[in-house]
Design a protein around this ligand. Structure first.
Ligand code: ADP
Ligand code: MG
Length: 491
């Protein structure tokens, strides 16, 4: 290990964190069987086949698409997939694991030695190395109804293909842990290997935390499992650092154990003492041949790699968008997909406008109306159309948001944005004759402010413009109104 930097010191202790992350690969079927991997809210035990049920004699067959997605993920983790990898059996007993072992990869996983750059809130960046990432099948789910004298097992999740990504212990505070989790999430999302729906457990983080007085030596770690939000990663790390320091300060020891996170109580609790690798009796799975990937296969994957978040950051920085806006865009708007982001990158002034609409209007609206589909063609037509009206001064001040929201709800791409704006009464008054009349009326109705303006008190002009807007029911162009006001008042 390298010496832990002084800046991470908490009291007399140096915290260290390593993160394991399970990513659900988005395949149609399970890792070794024919059952569907797609229906999320299916009835218990309806997405099962002989393999994930552990029927005697059932033979697993490796899902080629899962291998392809894992290989793709390697590039997203800053490396290439291993040309040779194999599957092993990891033995343990659990009611939701009928076979009595999980098929995983042990000493020769599909990914070794990657690295990712994490982006911290103070604008600094840091490289975190990836020790390994291996494919494995998920287990089922046990539930223990409260008060009942039985437990329930649901095997729908059993056999779901996972990629477990293991970081080096190079993370040293909760902000870095959170940034790491977020960056992994972004990369898996952009690589298109997972649905990355945290709420439904598509990505789960296990945080290993230790503290030590010696910056050259790690302490004993605890592992808090199955965190499914960036916030809980951050909080669980903080909680563990504090808990462990308090234990050590009292002269007690940290035990190596698996802990769980209680989100309602915002604390970790002990679940079980930790197994060591030799407890699992790993051996190569005799049913599954090794995975051998040749150059042609890798070239094929490399050819179709999507643009990764770091490359987008660079492009968007070129548009002079600030960091926070870029991160928000990256986070929410992959659905807006490549073609739209290239539209953003096209021209600096428009990029800012579009980015702000995405972040401040579209994202909040879409989050409240989850059923809506807003295709990139629709978005492109809508944004270009609205922007044109803004530039021409045709949209009223409140018009942009209302118009965009109307356009989000249209089923087909809008060919005539101006017509929609007109229908909604959002087009500003362009007839200067009408506007002049309104201005005259406002001056006549407000002699005192009008005099003030004439006398050089320019604050009053804002008030008069406001009156013009009111009288025109918001349809006047405020800049135009001010021009006419000034002309009439001779200032
Ligand atoms: P296991 O699979 O048994 O949990 P690994 O050796 O694969 O164990 O390590 C799991 C994670 O724990 C890795 O991310 C690693 O970086 C991290 N880790 C190992 N030792 C420590 C430590 N002392 N403190 C914090 N993290 C650690
Ligand atoms: Mg672990």
């Amino acid at each position: 290990m390298t010496k832990v930097d002084e800046k991470y010191k908490v009291g007399q202790y140096y915290p260290t964190i390593g993160i394991e992350c399970h990513v659900q690969l988005k395949t149609k079927t399970k890792l070794f069987g024919t059952a569907s991997n797609e229906a999320r809210d299916a009835e218990p035990n309806t997405l099962v086949d002989q393999v994930c049920f552990g029927m005697p004699g059932a033979l697993p067959v490796l899902n080629a698409e899962a291998v392809r997605l894992a290989a793709k993920a390697a590039y997203a983790l800053g490396t290439k997939p291993q040309k040779f990898s194999k599957f092993d059996r990891k033995h343990y007993f659990y009611p939701d694991l009928p076979k009595g072992y999980q098929i995983s990869q042990y000493d020769q996983p599909i990914i070794l030695d990657g690295s990712i750059t994490i982006h911290l809130d103070d604008n600094s960046i840091k490289t975190i190395h990836i020790t390994r990432a291996h494919m494995e099948e998920d287990a089922g789910k046990s539930t223990h109804p409260s008060g009942a004298d039985y437990s329930l097992v649901d095997l729908n999740r059993a056999g779901t293909p996972l990629l477990e990504i293991v970081s080096e212990p190079e993370i040293h505070n909760s902000a870095e842990a959170k940034a790491y989790a977020k960056e992994l999430w972004l990369r898996m999302k952009y690589a298109g290997v997972s649905d990355v729906d945290l709420y439904h457990g598509n990505m789960r983080f296990d945080v290993n935390v230790s503290v030590s007085k010696d910056p050259n030596k790690f302490g004993t770690r605890s592992e808090t499992k199955n965190l499914n939000s960036f916030k809980s990663v951050e909080r669980a790390v903080d909680y563990e650092i504090k808990r462990q320091i308090e234990l050590l300060e009292k002269g007690q020891e940290v035990v190596q154990e698996t802990r769980g996170w209680l989100d309602d109580k915002q604390k970790t609790v002990s679940q079980r003492s930790k197994e060591d690798a030799h407890d699992y009796r790993y051996f190569p799975d005799p049913d599954i041949p090794p995975v051998v990937l040749d150059d042609e296969y890798l070239a094929e994957i490399e050819k179709d790699l999507p643009i990764m978040p770091d490359e987008w950051r660079e492009k968007l920085q070129g548009c002079e968008l600030d960091r926070q806006l870029i991160e928000t865009l990256l986070e929410f708007q992959v659905e807006a997909s490549t073609d739209f982001l290239s539209l953003l990158a096209a021209e600096k002034t428009t990029a800012k406008t579009y980015a702000n609409w995405i972040v401040n209007v579209e994202t909040p609206f879409m989050r409240e109306h989850t059923g809506l589909v807003f295709s990139s063609e629709s978005r492109q037509k809508a944004y270009v159309g609205v922007n044109k009206l803004v530039i021409e001064g045709k949209l009223s001040s409140n018009g942009v948001n209302s118009l965009l929201i109307k356009l989000f709800q249209m089923e087909v791409p809008c060919e005539d944005v101006e017509a929609v704006a007109e229908e909604l009464g959002l087009i500003q008054m362009n007839d200067s004759g009408v506007l002049e009349k309104i201005v005259e009326q406002v001056i006549a109705d407000n002699p005192k402010p009008a005099e003030d303006v004439k006398g050089g008190e320019m604050k009053a002009i804002g008030y008069l413009v406001g009156q013009v807007m009111k009288l025109s029911q918001g349809k006047a162009n405020p800049a135009e109104a001010q021009k006419i006001l000034r002309a009439k008042l001779g200032v």
